[in-house]
Design a protein. Structure first.
Length: 88
């Protein structure tokens, strides 16, 4: 199983799709929401946000970085960047 770092997934997502990636709980909030109903206030997982093709501006929550990579088809982009930097 391939492991991914937050920085490399965030950078690849920005480069390939123009979307942002946040850790759960990073997007602010007013302290009253617990993350069960709104991805903007999620305290766990990862939140992808931006202008999604065909959908418009939105947010999507993912339980892991691997799920983000799989959904946005970033595996090849990250592998190329790792090879360029000399990382396995």
């Amino acid at each position: 199983m391939t492991r991914y770092t937050f920085d490399e997934v965030r950078d690849a997502l920005k480069k390939e799709w123009g979307l942002s990636l946040y850790r759960g709980g990073e997007m602010g909030g007013d302290g009253r929401h617990d993350g069960r109903w709104d991805t903007c206030y999620s305290k766990t997982g990862f939140v992808m946000g931006g202008d999604f093709p065909g959908i418009g501006h939105s947010y999507r929550r993912f339980p892991s970085l691997a799920a983000v990579v799989r959904t946005s088809k970033l595996r090849e982009a990250i592998a190329q960047e790792r090879a360029r930097r000399g990382r396995p």
